[in-house]
Design a protein around this ligand. Structure first.
Ligand SMILES: C[S@@+](CC[C@H](N)C(=O)[O-])C[C@H]1O[C@@H](n2cnc3c(N)ncnc32)[C@H](O)[C@@H]1O
Length: 236
């Protein structure tokens, strides 16, 4: 697939010598991130840091597929990145359609290309732009049938250092902002956030009589991240 028009910031590194030093640890784990890496997976150098490793993405995808409320047949992946989660959603075969949004054009090219590597490109409709705008304007008719999944950037102070991660100062979007924006579109949303996220802040957003389920995703005996399921998911 090397003959497609990859933008200059997109790479498929095939030997350690080519890999910038700060992503060498990630590259060493490339087959855990994308098992089909050698089939020509594309990434930008920044996308390596945010991509959901394939076993975790597959587990999340099967849990959402098995627990989504009846009548929800569309999955919107609000922060598609290089496609880690989007591809896993498509591979479940559960969804009538997957809508994947990414604002960085080069990263979006990676996601599209990687979906081809995994043979699922025909199940996905792609949007380049801001997810909050696209949900409001281009996807609003689909709201009654949709579940929103979001793996936002985990910027801000303390993601690596603090014992408890403060979701109010998560950058560029706080948990409150994500919840408020998405709940206008769909009350059924799954957010993928740091494993040390403050559970009290998560619980505060649950409406009276509602529920939230928190799931940790582990690899080699350690939690990698968690998902909050807001809405009527039947997670077990
Ligand atoms: C953590 S990464 C997502 C990784 C993805 N789940 C994967 O497995 O490859 C977050 C992505 O959100 C994108 N992003 C940030 N703000 C956005 C916005 N407002 N709308 C759409 N995409 C956005 C960033 O460019 C980045 O690629």
């Amino acid at each position: 697939m090397a003959d497609e028009d990859a933008p200059p910031e997109v790479h498929h590194y095939s030997s350690l010598q080519e890999v910038p030093w700060d992503i060498q640890n990630y590259w060493a784990q490339r087959y855990r991130i994308f098992s089909k890496y050698d089939d020509g997976v594309w990434l930008t150098d920044d996308a390596w840091f945010g991509v959901t490793p394939e076993p975790v993405a597959n587990k999340i995808a099967s849990q959402i597929a098995d627990s989504a409320p009846a009548g929800r047949s569309i999955l919107v992946d609000a922060f598609a990145g290089a496609g880690g989660n989007t591809i896993a959603f498509a591979l479940t075969g559960k969804w009538k359609r997957i809508y994947a949004i990414e604002k960085n054009p080069a990263v979006l090219k990676c996601a599209k290309h990687n979906a081809k590597v995994y043979g699922v490109e025909d199940k996905i409709t792609w949007f380049e732009g801001d997810c909050f705008e696209i949900l409001k304007n281009q996807l609003k008719e689909l709201a009654p049938y949709s579940v929103v999944f979001a793996s936002p950037p985990w910027g801000g102070p303390g993601y690596r250092s603090d014992r408890v991660f403060n979701l109010k100062t998560m950058e560029p979007y706080s948990l409150q902002r994500l919840y408020d924006e998405y709940s206008v579109f769909s009350k059924h949303m799954v957010l993928y956030i740091p494993r040390t996220s403050d559970l009290k802040q998560i619980a505060k957003l649950v409406p009276a009589g509602g529920k939230a389920t928190v799931m940790h995703y582990c690899m080699e005996g350690a939690s990698k991240a968690l998902c909050i399921f807001y809405g009527d998911f039947n997670v077990s």
